[in-house]
Design a protein around this ligand. Structure first.
Ligand code: GLV
Ligand code: GLV
Length: 337
């Protein structure tokens, strides 16, 4: 009998067709939010699932579920998953690392450039028909990137890709991460480790690229914003909950921060209302990995993960991106777990 896999979001048809060569699939045809009750029921009726960040899986979701073997997250970040609960329940969890590093790093620069050079506000102004006659020489002045200091908070693979791009802008790069990178990696990134306070004080442009956990919740709050330079720019391409949005709005309103570029929000899809009213904020709807090639690669990887977690496909038993591989160890014949 074939395994059954639930796909919680519409995916590329050809990628789904490949999945369907191995398993029966139940694929959602429209994008929508599944509440906790529905998620629980869906996951109880399948052997594997490909889900998105809006699907939150915790211990309660898994109560009474003795069928599910693998959850494949369509994202690199997995703050929507309670990994401990999944591990306890013997469910393998997988994500989509690596394939989106460069695309997401590109996007950090898109937001940084747009925020620093006021692209969003200027375009709104132009589209509103307000560019009539002469424009003042000192209108629409932005903040330079070249020659300034770029700070990166969170120096995983995406942070490193953001750093590497800075050399083309002749920027000094500082970073903070819990652990320092090995010297050869620092050297490729041309980046220097500093403590968090120094990063905040020294950066003209600060990009957040760290995972969202209970420790990183509101890692940028009023105190941190106050440490940042007057006139600096903040970009968040990681998770909204890293930033205290009320404090950020206040800092921008008071003119302490010059601008911000945000791709993520604490309560997506809701945007903190005051941010919507601030022209100096560039806002996008969580698009960091959204290039045609990369979204396809993420979908393929999610399929490889779910198949391998079920012991199927070319990578049977060896999922390319397991988060809790201990679950696989425990499944080995002869294991006592
Ligand atoms: C997107 O936010 C991801 O984590 O892949
Ligand atoms: C600006 O477009 C200039 O020509 O200086």
């Amino acid at each position: 009998k074939r395994f059954k896999v639930w796909v919680s979001r519409p995916l590329f048809a050809d990628v789904l067709a490949r999945l369907e060569q191995y398993v029966d699939i139940d694929a959602e045809a429209v994008e929508r939010v599944h509440d906790a009750q529905e998620l629980k029921q869906r996951l109880a009726a399948v052997d594997g699932a490909i889900i998105g960040l809006a699907d939150r899986v915790d211990a309660a979701t898994l109560v009474g579920n003795d069928r599910l073997r693998v959850i494949s997250n369509l994202a690199v970040g997995y703050n929507n998953l309670d990994i401990e609960a999944l591990t306890l329940a013997g469910v393998l969890a997988c994500n989509t690392p690596e394939v989106l590093n460069e695309t997401t790093a590109d996007y950090a620069w898109a937001l940084l450039l747009a925020a620093a050079r006021r692209v969003g506000a200027a375009e709104r102004w132009l589209r509103a028909g307000r560019w009539r006659g002469a424009m003042r020489f000192d209108d629409w002045l932005g903040v330079d990137l070249h020659g300034r200091t770029l700070g990166i908070l969170g120096m995983g693979r995406i942070g490193q890709a953001v750093a590497r791009r800075a050399s083309g802008f002749d920027m000094r790069v500082l970073y903070h991460n819990r652990s320092r990178l090995p010297a050869p990696v620092e050297s490729v990134c041309a980046a220097r480790w500093v403590d968090k306070a120094e990063l905040l004080r020294e950066s003209d442009h600060l990009v957040l690229v760290l995972p969202y956990t209970s420790e990183s919740h509101h890692i940028i709050g009023a105190a941190e914003l106050a440490l940042m330079k007057r006139g600096s720019v903040l970009v968040n391409i990681a998770r909204g909950g890293l930033v205290d949005e009320a404090a950020l709005a206040a800092s921008l309103r008071e003119g302490h921060l010059a601008a911000a570029g945000l791709d993520v929000y604490e309560d997506e899809p809701l945007v903190y209302p005051e941010l919507l009213g601030l022209e100096q904020v560039v806002l996008s709807p969580h698009l960091g990995s959204a290039s045609a090639d990369t979204r396809r690669n993420m979908a393929e990887l999610a399929v490889d993960n779910v198949l391998a977690g079920l012991g199927l496909g070319p990578k049977a038993g060896r999922p390319p991106a397991p988060i809790n591989p201990r679950v696989l160890e425990a499944r080995r014949p002869g294991s006592k777990a």
